[in-house]
Design a protein around this ligand. Structure first.
Ligand code: RFL
Ligand code: PHB
Length: 400
């Protein structure tokens, strides 16, 4: 088989890139390790920045997102029950975010890809990348008993943190920056009315909690839990009880509980691989970087990578100009590090580090520093502006 761009991974990065390339008449084949249903079973991001929303529109897949997505003009930060409002629209000169599930964007992109008859191989096993430093890289994979070879011009490694693409770059040709946090987020999705119209990020003595939503009838909640906790040991009842204790009283009073549709624990990690390219292989999204979810940045950073690579490949194929390919990593990384820093900062301020071994984060003064940081940023207009402007997202980079 031959294609112009081989895309590894059918998560939001791979599907969005494939859809955009198709609009420019650039051919791609996507290889995905698991089934489409499995991909859709993952419950992840909910907050979309304007840059991502615009990209989904450009890809021509925005019809349902524009109809069902909720514009959020602000959110709350609750510190031990005291709420501070971050008025995104007022503090940023009119910017907002959109609340629409990653699962739904993925579903919309999948349907568009299959409707357009574009090639995707689900349940592709043993994906391996070859000759990525040559002008004709190729990819092999297996499905059932059959083995395949896919020849291409470029490879987009959109296969997430545990994928094969990053590991194809020799160890001495990449540097990995990593911080693993000593706790995770236990998430629960339920068909119950959310406690509030806007998101509430809660810092409490019992740990962090987040009240998020997907619609007027579907809620998404998270609790900070020790990494040693097992999801099987958290009954729905225990989750609701703990959440109620961490929410501010006005929200706790409105909490409607119900059966969980999904419940899982995600570890928290800050991670960046530099550079994000090697020969004709480009790493995109979680394959190259991970952020803790506190700043709602992971999917949005994936989208800004897609935007950069899309511009570069458009120049290659539409203008026959491949000089900019060597600049992918440098351009993408700049925005990535801003997102990493914001997510790390928000995580430090809002989680409870008491009783955890804080590696590299100092000592008992750490909590005092973070409380003082929160006090300053929440109680001054310029502080709230800093939070708001980063939450709505910095502008996407252009090639110029
Ligand atoms: P994905 O979604 O991990 O997709 C990668 C795909 O590659 C496949 N794959 C392979 N395919 C072929 N061969 C192999 N060897 C392969 N290995 C893996 C996988 O099966 C998968 O289908 O990466 P992508 O596309 O880069 O997307 C990134 C986002 O998923 C991620 O950044 C966000 O979900 C992060 N995130 C959030 N981001 C936001 O911007 N806003 C949020 O509100 C937000 N909330 C969250 C989040 C992530 C969370 N978790 C579970 C980590 C909340 C949570 C709880
Ligand atoms: C979510 O709704 O899943 C969500 C929202 C905001 C975050 C993280 C996750 O910061």
């Amino acid at each position: 088989m031959n294609t112009q761009v081989a895309i590894i991974g059918a998560g939001p990065s791979g599907l969005l890139l494939g859809q955009l390339l198709a609009i420019q008449g650039i051919d791609s084949v996507i290889l995905e390790r698991v089934s489409g249903d499995y991909v859709l079973g993952r419950i992840r991001a909910g907050i979309l920045e304007r840059g991502l929303v615009d990209l989904v529109r450009e890809a021509g897949v925005a019809e349902r997102m524009d109809r069902e997505g909720e514009v959020h003009e602000g959110f709350e930060i609750s510190i031990d029950g005291q709420c501070a409002h971050i008025d995104l629209r007022a503090l940023t000169g009119g910017k907002t975010v959109l609340c629409y599930g990653q699962t739904e964007i993925t579903r919309d992109l999948m349907q568009a890809r299959s409707k357009a008859g574009l090639s995707t191989y689900y349940e592709a096993a043993d994906v391996a990348l070859h000759d990525v430093q040559s002008e004709r890289p190729w990819v092999t994979f297996a499905r059932g008993d059959r083995r395949y070879r896919l020849n291409c011009d470029y490879i987009a490694g959109c296969d997430g943190f545990h994928g094969v693409s990053r590991k194809t770059i020799p160890e001495d040709k990449r540097t990995e920056y990593e911080k693993v946090y000593p706790f995770g987020w236990l998430g629960l999705l339920s068909d119950t009315p959310p406690v509030a119209d806007e998101l509430i990020y809660c810092k409490s003595e019992r740990g962090f909690a987040l009240a998020s939503r997907r619609s007027a009838t579907r809620s998404r909640y998270y609790l900070q839990v020790p990494l040693t906790d097992r999801v099987e040991n958290w009954s729905d009842e225990a989750f609701w009880q703990e959440l109620k204790r961490r929410l501010p009283a006005t929200a706790a009073d409105k909490l409607v509980t119900g059966a969980s549709l999904e419940k899982s624990i995600a570890p928290l990690r800050s991670f960046v691989c530099e550079p994000m390219q090697y020969g004709r292989l480009f790493l995109v999204g979680d394959a190259a970087h991970i952020v803790p979810p506190t700043g709602a940045k992971g999917l949005n950073l994936a989208a800004s990578d897609v935007a950069v690579l899309y511009q570069i490949l458009t120049r290659v194929y539409r203008e026959n100009d491949s000089t900019c390919t060597s600049r992918y990593s440098e351009i993408a990384l700049r925005r990535v590090w801003h997102g990493e820093r914001f997510s790390w900062w928000m995580s430090n301020m809002l989680h409870d580090f008491n009783g955890y071994e804080i590696s590299g984060m100092g000592d008992s003064s750490f909590e005092r520093f973070m409380n003082s940081e929160l006090d300053y940023y929440l109680n001054s207009e310029e502080g709230r502006k800093v939070i708001a402007n980063q939450y709505v997202g910095l502008p996407f980079q252009s090639l110029e």
